[in-house]
Design a protein around this ligand. Structure first.
Ligand code: NAD
Length: 263
């Protein structure tokens, strides 16, 4: 394992160049690259993560996304969810999302993205094979009759902190996986298949604390190298070939440009 400490004030320009070159070489060498991303992939778009010191858990209650609480009091959920939802709606793909999409579009590789994020920003950036294993804020389903709605039909209510209601009287629940719910089966199966086929796994912006998503890297072939790009240490650092203790925006765009030969 090689660790590049971008967060160390003593980290030199030469070390940075070596770090970027090392990742670019991995990108060039692999035919199928899979990214496993988490909330840290979207902090540079202005969406807070959960567990950083400035994350959601520093202000909102840790039980926000608990399914029992949602059913007990959907109105209270939507009041607390509104500021978080507004931030996600306003957010735009950042340089990290765009670099992943570029690698797919211009790199001539198979690139798949398995994301725990619910904000839809990988797809907006142009990644075509995106597995949203914790669902999405972009659609919602009526808990009474199962009718599904697109964002344009419920976003005004949600932005102003009201629970959107169906014609049948039921409340809409965001198609996000709450704690206590099963993961969407199709997305999770797609994510597992992506792991099996990965020739390089890049884990970026996730604390790897939320299962079963955090267990997905174990589905990879024993020989598949892991690269971790995360601001703080994770439990998989010791199993990774390269570890970048860095912001995604400091590493991915430069490494993708170098791999594509457009420095
Ligand atoms: P997490 O908050 O547990 O971990 C985020 C990790 O990213 C932390 O280890 C942090 O150090 C790191 N990080 C933050 N900014 C970074 C950056 N710019 N570059 C590199 N690393 C950075 O998030 P998680 O592991 O994804 O798990 C939390 C759950 O919360 C997930 O299920 C996810 O669905 C959900 N969530 C999603 C969003 C979103 O869709 N944008 C936002 C918050 C939470």
């Amino acid at each position: 394992m090689k660790t590049y400490r971008f967060d160390d004030p003593a980290f030199t320009l030469e070390e940075r160049e070596e770090a970027i070159r090392a990742l670019a070489e991995r990108f060039r060498a692999a035919s199928t690259i899979v990214f496993l991303t988490g909330a840290g992939a979207s902090t540079e778009s202005g969406i807070p993560d959960f567990r950083s010191p400035t994350g959601i858990y520093a202000t909102a209650s840790a039980s926000l996304f608990e399914i029992d609480r949602f059913y007990e009091d959907p109105e209270a959920f939507y009041r607390e969810y509104a500021p978080f939802y507004r931030k996600m709606r306003e957010a735009k793909p950042n340089a990290g999302h765009k670099a992943i999409a570029d690698l797919e579009r211009r790199g001539g590789k198979r690139v798949e993205v398995v994301t725990q994020n619910i904000d839809g920003l990988h797809a907006r950036a142009g990644s075509s094979a995106t597995w949203e294993v914790h669902g999405t804020i972009r659609t919602a389903t009526c808990v009474a009759c199962g009718r599904r709605r697109e964002e344009s039909e419920f976003s005004a209510d949600v932005m102003s902190g009201r629970a959107p209601r169906c014609e049948c009287g039921g409340v809409f629940k965001p198609d996000v996986t709450f704690f206590g719910e099963e993961l969407p089966a199709q997305a999770f199966a797609g994510a597992q298949r992506a792991m099996w086929e990965a020739k390089l796994l890049v884990i970026a912006g996730t604390s790897l604390q939320v299962y079963p998503a955090a267990g997905l890297p174990r589905e990879c072939d024993a020989g598949t190298p892991f690269v971790i790009i995360n601001a703080t240490p994770t439990d998989l650092d010791f199993q990774s070939s390269l570890v970048y203790r860095a912001k995604i925006g400091e590493v991915l765009p430069a490494a993708v440009s170098a791999a594509l030969g457009v420095e």
